[in-house]
Write a protein that binds this ligand. Structure first.
Ligand SMILES: Nc1nc2c(ncn2[C@@H]2O[C@H](COP(=O)(O)OP(=O)(O)OP(=O)(O)O)[C@@H](O)[C@H]2O)c(=O)[nH]1
Ligand SMILES: [Mg+2]
Length: 244
């Protein structure tokens, strides 16, 4: 076992950003607890610690509400990956990523990896309405697959997300050719059914491993300074959760 996993200190940090109501907390619940649960709007931020092989990865859920905006760049400090989340049924939520959230990532690592995630795909895409095999629902009386025709209008296409990914790279001063391809880093997910949720997080975990190894080979302290005192408690799934 590595020193990091013995001490439960995170080796690397992944941050979920995006406007309120896009489903950031629901995505994290789905991944860590295998459930779609009722949520309340996040206050400040919270993190979960995920063990990935011998490493500990902290996943930060942030508040989308404007009043907490000032905290965003603090959460992003030293991040190895940022998940920019929007709602596929809400065009403004994609626009807000560029207008309001992208600049918060200035404090992230210079080699930070970006994923663009369109959540609530179950509302627009019949494929995403299929529950994942292991998925659990918070209300068993409500069927996940409710109608054969998607009821909501999709306002953001995958191409819009791919175009945003290109602009994110340009904002970061990165050469598109030298970076991970947009097709691999743009996801459509459903926290409700579990569609593409595991693949999103696990793709990122695999991609941030080199960043941990690089840090260690450079002889730096392998842990991330979380900078804020917080209470850490064990969750049912064995992850640690903290709320400030
Ligand atoms: N249909 C559907 N609804 C979802 C999905 N994800 C989240 N929701 C619903 O969207 C609402 C907001 O979800 P949250 O996860 O609280 O959103 P958030 O981005 O964390 O919001 P803030 O904490 O305020 O920034 C809740 O009513 C969720 O049940 C999804 O994949 N599909
Ligand atoms: Mg939330």
């Amino acid at each position: 076992m590595s020193r990091a996993s013995r001490t439960n200190k995170p080796d690397v940090k992944v941050v979920i950003l995006g406007d309120m109501y896009v489903g950031k907390t629901s995505l994290l619940h789905r991944y860590t607890e295998r459930k779609f649960k009722d949520t309340i709007s996040t206050v400040g931020g919270a993190f979960f610690l995920k063990q990935w092989g011998p490493y500990n990865i902290s996943i930060w859920d942030t508040a989308g509400r404007e009043q907490f905006h000032g905290l965003g760049s603090m959460y992003c400090r030293g991040a190895a990956a940022v998940i920019l989340t929007y709602d596929v049924t809400n065009w403004q939520s994609l626009a807000e990523l560029e207008n309001r959230f992208l600049s918060l990532t200035d404090t992230a690592n210079t080699d930070c990896i970006f994923a663009i995630v369109g959540n609530k795909a179950d509302l627009t895409d019949a494929l995403a309405q299929e529950p994942e095999p292991e998925s659990e629902r918070w209300d068993e009386s409500q069927p996940v697959v409710t109608c054969p025709t998607p009821p909501a209008t999709k306002q953001v296409s995958k191409e819009d997300a791919i175009a945003l990914y290109g602009r994110v790279l340009r904002y970061k001063g990165l050469e598109e050719k030298a970076c991970l391809p947009a097709e691999r880093m743009c996801f459509e997910t459903s926290a409700k059914t579990g569609y593409n949720v595991d693949i999103l997080f696990e793709t990122l975990f695999d991609l941030v491993l080199p960043s941990i190894l690089k840090k260690r080979s450079e002889g730096e302290n392998a842990t991330v300074d979380l900078e804020m005192p917080m209470e850490v408690k064990k969750t049912k799934t064995g992850c640690c959760a903290g709320q400030i």
